[in-house]
Design a binder for this molecule. Structure first.
Ligand SMILES: Nc1ncnc2c1ncn2[C@@H]1O[C@H](COP(=O)(O)OP(=O)(O)OP(=O)(O)O)[C@@H](O)[C@H]1O
Ligand SMILES: [Mg+2]
Length: 231
């Protein structure tokens, strides 16, 4: 039996890759074969895409790069703009087929989303023609894990995202509080508020680390609270 999760976040840069890698390590430590996927990435650095490299390093199953990362754009810009500039439209069906191969090869597939939960992906913005990362998650049909970057403004972003996930008919499997801002005021009160307002399990509170280490951060994830597959 295999399963997968779609990891989204309250924004870009809130820790989706870090949490995805920590999840891969946490499942791996429990003896599961794991693989990470980054369907769409933009922003090449030193000839590679860092998110993809991090996910590969944290995965125990190796598959072809094109399956793990079907779309990679060089410039660090919004994906649909990169798709327009390079004339490479993002095909959700192609991503779904790649994801299916990953799901078949591993016990646990962790798909890292792109930016937040409603990032445009289509070339056209016309009603009926447009699609975004929410549609990508719907096409994949995986339960969603929401990474909340704990900083001022995260309450609104987290609640809006959770609302959109549920309106899309997707299961919100849980959320992870990622302490990206060591100077955030009232972190505990914010945590309590989100725990009360988000109707899904808190899978872990990741502390701020000067040099984040996903393998170390995995110890802060409680997979038994997921209640889906792993107890
Ligand atoms: N718990 C943490 N403590 C300190 N820094 C962190 C923590 N989690 C993530 N970071 C740092 O924050 C930055 C953004 O994290 P990450 O790349 O995981 O975010 P992301 O949501 O995947 O971003 P993107 O939208 O670009 O994919 C990175 O420099 C990462 O090392
Ligand atoms: Mg990332």
């Amino acid at each position: 039996m295999s399963t997968g999760f779609f990891v989204t976040g309250t924004d870009t840069g809130v820790g989706k890759t870090t949490v995805s890698c920590a999840l891969l390590h946490a499942f791996s430590a429990r003896g599961y074969m794991t693989i990470g996927m980054k369907p769409v990435v933009s922003g090449q650095e030193d000839g590679v895409w860092q998110d993809v490299e991090h996910l590969k390093a944290a995965s125990s199953v190796r598959l072809a790069h094109e399956l793990i990362n079907p779309y990679a754009f060089v410039e660090p810009i919004a994906p649909h703009i990169a798709a327009q500039k390079t004339d490479i439209p993002i095909d959700l069906e192609k991503i779904r087929q790649s994801c299916e191969k990953l799901l078949a090869a591993a016990d646990v597939t962790i798909v890292e989303g792109v930016g937040g939960f409603m990032v445009p992906l289509s070339l056209s913005g016309l009603p009926g023609e447009r699609y975004d990362t929410c549609d990508l998650a719907k096409v994949l049909g995986l339960p969603v894990i929401l990474v909340v970057g704990m900083r001022l403004g995260c309450l609104n972003h987290a609640l809006l995202t959770a609302c959109t996930i549920k309106s899309a008919g997707l299961k919100l499997a849980g959320w992870v509080a990622n302490r990206i801002d060591p100077d955030m005021l009232q972190p505990e009160a914010n945590l309590q508020t989100l725990s009360a307002w988000l109707d899904c399990p808190l899978l872990g509170v990741l502390p701020y680390q000067t040099h984040p280490d996903a393998q170390q951060l995995a110890q802060y994830l409680d997979l038994s609270r997921n209640g889906l597959f792993f107890t």
